[in-house]
Design a protein around this ligand. Structure first.
Ligand code: ZN
Length: 171
């Protein structure tokens, strides 16, 4: 999955990030780290989808109600409105991504706001990126050759040739 695919699959998570040009601005990482971002996106959508399911549930209740049962219909309508309000508040307060990039060989994620839950997830993703090849997602290590880059042995060899092997032997 590319950064573009991720943005299309989870638009809510990127609502404050410019869609184009994707590769030049906003989401500037290789595919190996995309799963780290997707875990956070999925978490955002889990809560979002829970509210959607609740709204749909109350809609189905209203449809099934006997038309004369005005009190019950009013109750369901009220419940639905409460859920819609919860959903709007959730979207409003969700810390969405403003920038995702690589810095000094590890992942850096910026969001629209501070949030204890997502800040914890982001810290974990950033820490994990120090051990995951940015190219392919395999187990990687931080290579400090010319500049910093976290890569698996294969991709380090491709990029740095003999220097990668020498780096591994000396670290
Ligand atoms: Zn790799």
């Amino acid at each position: 999955m590319t950064g573009k695919d991720l943005k299309e699959k989870y638009p809510l998570a990127f609502s404050q990030m410019p869609m184009e040009p994707i590769l030049l601005f906003g989401l500037e990482i290789d595919e190996g780290w995309i799963p780290l971002i997707e875990v956070i996106c999925r978490s955002m959508y889990n809560r979002h989808n829970m509210f959607i399911r609740q709204i749909e549930y109350y809609e189905s209740c209203i449809e099934k109600c006997n038309k004369e049962d005005a009190d019950l219909i009013a109750t369901y309508k009220h419940q639905k409105e409460v859920m819609q309000k919860n959903l709007e508040e959730y979207i409003d307060q969700l810390p969405t991504f403003t920038q995702i990039k690589e810095k000094y060989g590890s992942l850096r994620i910026s969001t629209t706001r501070i949030d204890q839950y997502y800040d914890g997830m982001i810290t974990m993703a950033e820490d994990m990126s120090e051990h995951i090849c940015e190219k392919c997602g395999d187990k990687g290590r931080l290579y400090s050759i010319h500049w910093h880059k976290t890569l698996c042995d294969k991709h380090a060899d491709e990029r740095y040739g003999d220097a990668a092997r020498i780096f591994r032997e000396s670290h």
